[in-house]
Design a protein around this ligand. Structure first.
Ligand SMILES: C[S@@+](CC[C@H](N)C(=O)[O-])C[C@H]1O[C@@H](n2cnc3c(N)ncnc32)[C@H](O)[C@@H]1O
Length: 417
């Protein structure tokens, strides 16, 4: 669906990017974000140099002096339509990530006129500015292309997939809580799970759903799991192959943490959910003794250093960004504690994932090095060996985000005439 009128296309930011020499196969211009990694830096500079100041100039011209019903010029109208049709994620250098959105449906009405009113122009400026700010605050790492290929190859390749289930064990208690959650919240609805991994959550929740489909970027993770008749498709949660408004519930457990850009996942969650639908982010809480938490931090820092200084993915602020995006879009948030219990585990178990270096962030560290690092630092902290038992607590919390109203005009049902 092309929503940007042809007469404005030549002035749109994307065409400026094309002129700058990027021959990439560009996505269609519609109301979704498209994810096009990697991108060359000149293209971003073109946007920064040509589009942002032009929009700022229009804002400066009319914000103070214009009367709302005056008309701006045709040139200015073209500039605004072009700018609003495409927003981007910022990065500094080759290989950074870029997202395109088509002209937002709230603004398509304005684009039908050769000359916009000042009121409409300022609305476009506000939209462009808000999205620029939102998207430029994301801190994408230069040189690390994202998307399915990266999630598949660089993050969860065959080696990590092989280690995943044994290295990150869940208790039967966790499985029970998941089944209880599914009975209470998913009953007979159309459920989509993001980042299914090897299907551990899926196997517990799918039997209680009306229908279940999972999306997972890594072919290796899908292959490493048991299938149990589950419908899991290889794909990217930042660009999902599902119809708008086609699911009632979206569920995730520890997968948005590993997705390159949660804002894109949030946009997609918003799109695929039907009105009144919910997104549930399941969080497994583990609260070991204070000494173990300190030890975990020390081991994490050491492994990060050994693996070339790659910062752990789960501390990138993904959950916070997802939360503020969804609540900012009008989703009602509720934190629900499902369960909490005491647990005595071995130190190995409290440290799981670190002992085996089974997180992508540590993929440059072999198992033996990871394990000996844990042993060495545990001894230094007088925590005993890896088989020493330690008490602590575990629990499960879900964050419920409910689509209480149509989040954007594109999702609203059209009036029947
Ligand atoms: C820590 S694992 C969690 C797996 C599963 N949810 C679980 O609880 O066992 C994170 C998963 O998210 C997947 N993932 C990361 N980015 C993704 C993306 N953009 N789209 C789909 N899956 C993604 C990874 O491939 C990986 O299987």
């Amino acid at each position: 669906m092309t929503v940007i009128p042809d007469r404005w296309r030549a002035r749109s930011a994307i065409d400026l990017v094309r002129e700058a020499g990027d021959g990439a196969d560009l996505p269609p211009c519609d109301s979704r974000f498209h994810y096009v990694p990697p991108w060359r830096s000149e293209a971003l500079e073109t946007l920064a140099e040509k589009v942002v100041p032009a929009v700022a100039g229009i804002a400066a011209r009319y914000a103070a002096a214009g009367r709302p019903d005056d008309l701006i010029t045709a040139d200015e109208t073209a500039t605004l339509v072009g700018a609003c049709a495409y927003v981007r994620l910022r990065g500094d250098g080759d290989g950074c990530t870029l997202a395109f959105g088509g002209l937002p449906s709230e603004l398509t009405g304005h684009a039908q006129h050769d000359r916009m009113t000042v009121r409409a122009a300022l609305e476009c400026v506000g939209w462009f500015d808000a999205n620029q700010r939102l998207l430029t605050a994301t801190g994408i790492t230069p040189g690390r292309p994202g998307g399915t290929a990266a999630a598949d190859g660089a993050l969860y390749g065959p080696e990590l997939a092989r280690r995943y289930d044994p290295a990150r064990q869940v208790t039967e208690q966790f499985n029970d809580v998941l089944r209880g959650f599914a009975k209470e919240f998913l009953g007979m609805r159309r459920v989509l799970e993001l980042g299914t991994g090897t299907g551990r959550v899926a196997r517990n929740i799918a039997p209680f759903a009306g229908s279940y489909v999972g999306i997972e970027a890594s072919r290796a993770m899908i292959d490493a799991g048991r299938r149990d008749g589950l419908d899991v498709r290889q794909g990217d949660m930042m660009a999902m192959p599902f119809e708008t408004g086609s699911v009632d519930v979206v569920v995730e457990h520890e997968s948005v943490d590993f997705c390159t850009e949660p804002l894109l996942a949030a946009t997609e969650i918003e799109r695929v959910l039907a009105l009144g639908g919910q997104f549930y982010r399941i969080e497994l809480e583990t609260v070991p003794a204070a000494g173990i938490t300190r030890l975990q931090d020390e081991i994490t820092a050491r492994l990060a250093k050994l693996s070339g200084g790659v910062f752990p993915y789960w501390t990138k602020g993904q959950r916070r960004r997802l939360h503020s995006r969804l609540t900012g879009r009008g989703f009602a948030h509720r934190r629900i504690r499902l369960a909490r219990w005491h647990e005595t585990r071995t130190l190995r178990n409290w440290l799981q994932g670190l002992v085996n270096a089974s997180y992508p962030s540590f993929s440059g560290v072999d198992e033996e090095t990871a394990s000996s690092t844990c042993v060495e630092l545990a001894r230094a902290a007088s925590m005993g060996d890896l088989d020493t038992k330690w008490p602590g607590e575990a629990g499960v919390v879900v964050h419920q985000y409910e689509a209480v109203e149509w989040c954007c005009a594109a999702h609203r049902p059209r009036p029947t005439t």
